[in-house]
Design a protein around this ligand. Sequence first.
Ligand SMILES: Cc1cc2nc3c(=O)[nH]c(=O)nc-3n(C[C@H](O)[C@H](O)[C@H](O)COP(=O)(O)O)c2cc1C
Length: 353
Amino acid sequence: MRRARPHRVRMSTLFGTPLPLVLAPMAGPGTPALVSAVCGAGGLGSLAGGYSAPDAIRAEIREVRARTDRPFAVNLFVPSEAAIAGDARLRDARDALAPYREALGLDAGALDVSSPSFDAQLAVVLEARVPFFSFTFGIPRPDALDACRRAGITTMGTATNVAEARALEAAGVDVICAQGSEAGGHRGGFLGGDAGSLVGTMALVPAIVDAVKRPVIAAGGIMDGRGVAAALALGASAVQLGTAFLRCPEAGTSAPYREALARADETSTTITRAFTGKPARGIASRFTREMERAPVAPYPLQHALTRELRAAAARAGDAELLSLWAGQGVARARALPAAEIVASIAREAGLTR
Ligand SMILES: Cc1cc2nc3c(=O)[nH]c(=O)nc-3n(C[C@H](O)[C@H](O)[C@H](O)COP(=O)(O)O)c2cc1C
């Protein structure tokens, strides 16, 4: 068995932040205000750019920099080759959504499935020279990783099993984020299919720590100082938390989403493809239950097909049709300002007094 590592020293050299705590990138609820609040409290904030147009990412980076001079990360979604669907499959997926659209007063919906270009998004990250670039769903092309290296940007990739961690290390990625199956939001796996991407954090972190030489960040189900202490004891150099910050006033979480979070317990979440075409963990709802066997287009096409529906559901305050991404630790998410959450977690974990 490996001995525990001297995490705190590793962490401060790794991120240049006082605390080994990373705010997970959260496409949707992750605002520049939340990112900068976590940075200001001593953690590393991550801006989620995966769904955003390059100009929007540029504007959000500027906003974070106006609020804090601490380091932060920008996160993108690595595109996959499988994002092509025949017309028939797209039409079936669109038709399966028709009753929900109708209930919200929307028409049948166009097959407009465009999404932002990864290369254009990455160009903004490079141009802004953000200190950290994190990503999920795969490994960027070697030329993209080279460009980050040349720009002095530290790269952080997501792994849900040892094979993915080894592939990231072999590609020269600097830091590996081990995402356990408890995690809220999308599964970041890209090798091994659905079954191979559902290892729990407690088993995944030591497996990856033992398999690679790169520093490992633990993610999934970590909600308080106890979870942080456990992850560091398992050999993680830092810990990434998403769900723990969803109820912060700085988060862009909508009112019906907040109400669902406040009611949820450890049995409330499920993994569904119905919103985006990729498996993601969120609070179960009428939509996730009814769509279990419905035709779904591959990611990111399904995300584009459900975009209007989700926006209309948010306007109508209908949580049953919203993507309510959350991890299994959701019942321990505190409705407090981000800085207070960071300070409490650091105290509970014995990182500060
Ligand atoms: C609302 C929400 C949105 C998320 N969006 C992203 C994202 O854009 N990019 C990403 O790499 N991970 C995303 N994740 C996953 C997180 O990076 C992380 O793995 C997860 O939050 C850790 O588990 P926890 O939620 O139990 O803390 C998201 C998670 C949540 C809860």
